[in-house]
Design a protein around this ligand. Structure first.
Ligand code: CP
Length: 326
């Protein structure tokens, strides 16, 4: 599925027209109103879980994972279960993808069995090809370029903690040519955050992602610097990135040398505002990109952030299956 459709969605007492995406491959797919509406839905899932139970009873969602995952795999499966959907977990090795069946053929066939396909894979293009061939919605559970499901949990966590997103100063520290950073950029621009990214020159975000986010409009700003102190100063939230992500283990020595300066401990949190919180997508590597004291300390909202993967997953699955934000 690819082209968006316009439906009438109810938001509180007001009825508004909103375009609902047919797939969720990146944050921009939601649009600004849609992004806030999904966060509202996720908050409602937390506040009134019984209202959301079994909303899609009898349906099925296939979760196709090419790469390791703890949070995304389990939160998606549990979210599906709570909505009344049967989650079917498939790994590449267990499927005919491992023997050369194309992603397009796989998408066509899975569309006959399932109401949605959630996929974690490598190249973002694979997602686009799957979405083009499938006749059911496709959700990006992480690609090389985007991790929109994580970004929704990041935003919900900040909104819960600060009561707003607009105007929040977020310092992102480390490799910014990453799916986490790219999705955070899109959230920031669309919600009015002030995102400052500190990264070595060779690790700056994809210029196409920056341009796309800025072109989409929004009050937020994204500034890219090299000095971590510049990003950290007076930040409301600090978000260190893992030095060696999946697929990059062969570059460990080079990346650790390049990114050693991009770490968050007590000294870095001291540069941020006195009420600054720590975000982390997890898994975390204590003593590398983040200290144990900060990760496990009182300023960490990381466990709340991880828990928020579940209601945001419910909100996304509901949005795509219902074609509605409510
Ligand atoms: N943050 C995240 O996506 O975690 P997993 O890789 O465990 O799914």
């Amino acid at each position: 599925m690819s082209a968006p459709t316009t439906v009438v969605a109810q938001s509180g007492a007001a009825t508004v027209d909103r375009a609902t995406p047919e797939d969720f491959l990146r944050v921009l797919d939601l649009g600004r109103d849609g992004l806030h509406a999904v966060l509202d839905a996720a908050a409602d899932v937390k506040a009134r879980p019984e209202v959301w139970r079994g909303r899609h009873a009898g349906g099925t969602v296939v979760c196709l994972f090419d790469k390791p995952s703890t949070r995304t795999r389990v939160s998606t499966a549990v979210a599906a279960h709570r909505l009344g959907l049967l989650p079917v977990l498939v790994s590449r090795e267990d499927s005919q993808l491992s023997r050369g069946e194309t992603i397009e053929d796989t998408g066509r066939v899975l569309s006959a069995y399932a109401d949605a396909i959630v996929i974690r894979t490598h190249a973002h293009e694979t997602l686009s090809r799957l979405a083009g061939a499938a006749s059911v919605p496709v959700v990006n559970a992480l690609s090389d370029d985007h991790h929109p499901c994580q970004a929704l949990a990041d935003a919900l966590t900040l909104r819960e903690h600060f009561g707003r997103l607009a105007g929040l100063r977020v310092a992102y520290v480390g490799d910014a040519y990453s799916n986490i950073c790219h999705s955070l950029i899109e959230v920031a621009v669309m919600t009015g955050m002030r995102l400052t990214i500190a990264a070595p020159a060779a690790y700056h975000p994809d210029p196409a992602v920056l341009a796309g986010a800025r072109a989409a409009g929004g009050e937020g700003t994204v500034t890219v610097v090299e000095d971590p102190a510049e990003a950290l100063r007076d930040a409301h939230a600090v978000y260190p990135e893992i030095w060696v992500p999946m697929d990059k283990e062969h570059l460990r020595a080079e990346r650790e040398a390049d990114l050693r300066r991009y770490r968050v401990g007590d000294a870095e949190m001291a540069l941020a505002g006195p009420d600054a919180v720590l975000l982390h997508c997890l898994p975390a590597y204590r003593g590398r990109e983040v200290s144990a004291q900060v990760l496990d300390g009182p300023r960490s909202v990381v466990w709340q952030q991880a828990a928020n993967r579940l209601p945001t997953a419910q909100a996304v699955l509901h949005l795509l299956l219902a074609g509605s934000y409510t």
